[in-house]
Ligand binder design. Structure first.
Ligand SMILES: [Zn+2]
Length: 171
């Protein structure tokens, strides 16, 4: 395990854990299992692309680490695959969207096309809102997404909520 990874993992633990007492949200429980597996020597999946841009207050490196944890969770079959996209409900759900990389396993399963739209929404908010309005049902997580990126402090606050999407909806 690299020093950087260990340091950042420690940082994430400090950020995410104390607020929950013993009642950890499902995604945090899975994250803990993944981190235990890493500590026990589970190999880190290799990120084969360039460093991604920051997202919602998390750096590109943190996003890669989140992706690695997600991949390991998949390898360990800790996530239940969805049958269809949680936004459009018409396509498959081959992608997983993490909105806050301080909670990398609080993911939503989406199709490739919707995932692209989610990430493009900051550049064309009206288009995103029209798309969501067309496809969503009351209470859908996609409605809660902001069209202005969170800064790091906001993201850390969101990460401390039991349900990050519910927390986003209240902002
Ligand atoms: Zn979709």
């Amino acid at each position: 395990m690299s020093k950087l990874f260990a340091r950042l993992t420690g940082e994430l633990e400090d950020i995410c854990r104390p607020g929950f007492d013993d009642d950890f949200p499902e995604d945090v429980l899975i994250q803990m299992q993944v981190e235990k597996a890493i500590a026990a020597g589970h190999p880190l999946p290799r990120w084969g692309w360039g460093t991604p841009r920051p997202y919602n207050g998390s750096s590109g490196i943190e996003r890669i680490m989140g992706w690695q944890k997600l991949r390991i969770a998949e390898q360990l079959r800790l996530l239940i695959p969805a049958n269809c996209c949680s936004i459009c409900r018409t396509s498959g759900a081959e992608h997983r969207h993490a909105e806050c990389y301080f909670r990398p396993l609080a993911i939503k399963q989406v199709c490739r096309s919707c995932h692209f739209r989610v990430h493009r929404r900051f550049f064309d908010p009206p288009r995103w809102r029209a798309f969501v309005e067309e496809h969503s049902r009351p209470g859908d997580w996609a409605i809660s997404l902001r069209t202005i990126e969170l800064n790091r402090d906001e993201a850390i606050q969101i990460a401390a909520a039991p349900d990050i999407f519910a927390s986003l909806a209240m902002r």
